[in-house]
Design a protein around this ligand. Structure first.
Ligand code: SAM
Length: 260
């Protein structure tokens, strides 16, 4: 099949058996699992998912690829083991799935943040996510260097992110400019929040805390939310007043929202 890869749709097709196998193992897939695959592309990962899962639901935006996938997986579509949806994943969201599901995908990199937000904070969260993302983004999410960000905190608020393995650019066709990494997000829940107000407050405060990079957390918070007694809250919780937002772990942000 000839297909000219579209940059605008983040089309970098995986050609590494090792990476495919790492993704499948990290998914801990069994025959009862429903998998949502975002961007099946030419079907390399879809094929492996179908070998291990009960059912695969795949959403692909590129009409040309959908036509090809329909031919390639004619039998599986007929048996209802594969549901192929043509469209933009961001128009669907978690509401298309009623039963428990896992997201396992080599996603278009330009919508990584939107996908994480949509599915982690959506009403019907996946049980687990295994995603192939830019290496740098994966590293920023896990923040092993101790530098948290809005991105890392937004993921950790809902689950446990872990880098499974690095995937060099040459393992794709066409090769992207940067290396990639497989990231797994497990233990997905919204148990950190008592209700939606608390969940919204978390994001308001995290965004306020990171508003000005050079400023300390306390002054950022005071500036955006002046009605809160921030200095007293910091003292009560033994939070250094000179700390910067990136040095504050998730637990402290959660303590703060509980006390406001
Ligand atoms: N899964 C294939 C693989 O591993 O080789 C392809 C991965 S490629 C990085 C991303 C895929 O997502 C492409 O097939 C692209 O057409 C598709 N895509 C891009 N934007 C999309 C969107 N908004 N919704 C659904 N699919 C999208």
């Amino acid at each position: 099949m000839y297909h000219r890869a579209k940059k605008s749709l983040g089309q970098n097709f995986l050609k590494s058996a090792k990476a495919l196998s790492d993704i499948i193992i990290a998914g801990e897939i069994n025959k009862n699992d429903i998998i949502l695959e975002i961007g099946p592309g030419k079907g390399a990962l879809t094929e492996k998912l179908l070998e291990h899962a009960g059912k695969v639901i795949a959403i692909e935006k590129d009409t040309g690829l959908v036509i090809h996938l329909k031919e390639q997986f004619e039998k599986e579509i007929e048996n209802d083991r594969l549901e192929l949806i043509e469209g933009d994943v961001l128009d669907f969201g978690p509401k298309i799935l009623k039963k428990p599901y896992k997201i396992i995908a080599n996603i278009p990199y330009n919508i990584t943040g939107a996908i994480l937000k949509q599915f982690l904070s959506g009403i019907h969260q996946p049980e687990r996510m295994v995603l192939l993302v830019q290496k740098e983004v994966a590293e920023r999410i896990v923040a092993r260097d101790g530098n948290e960000s809005i991105l890392s905190l937004s993921v950790k608020a809902y689950g446990t992110p872990k880098i499974i393995s690095k995937v060099p650019a040459r393992y794709f066709n066409p090769a992207p400019k940067v290396d990639s990494a497989i990231i797994a997000i497990t233990n997905i829940t919204r148990a950190n929040f008592k209700n939606t107000q608390e969940e919204q407050l978390f994001f308001t405060i995290v965004k306020a805390g990171f508003a000005h990079k050079r400023k300390m957390l306390l002054s950022n918070l005071k500036e955006s939310l002046p009605h809160v007694e921030w200095s007293t809250l910091f003292e009560k919780n033994n939070i250094p007043k000179t700390i910067r937002a990136e040095k504050v772990p998730l637990e402290i942000w959660l303590t703060l929202i509980e006390q406001i």
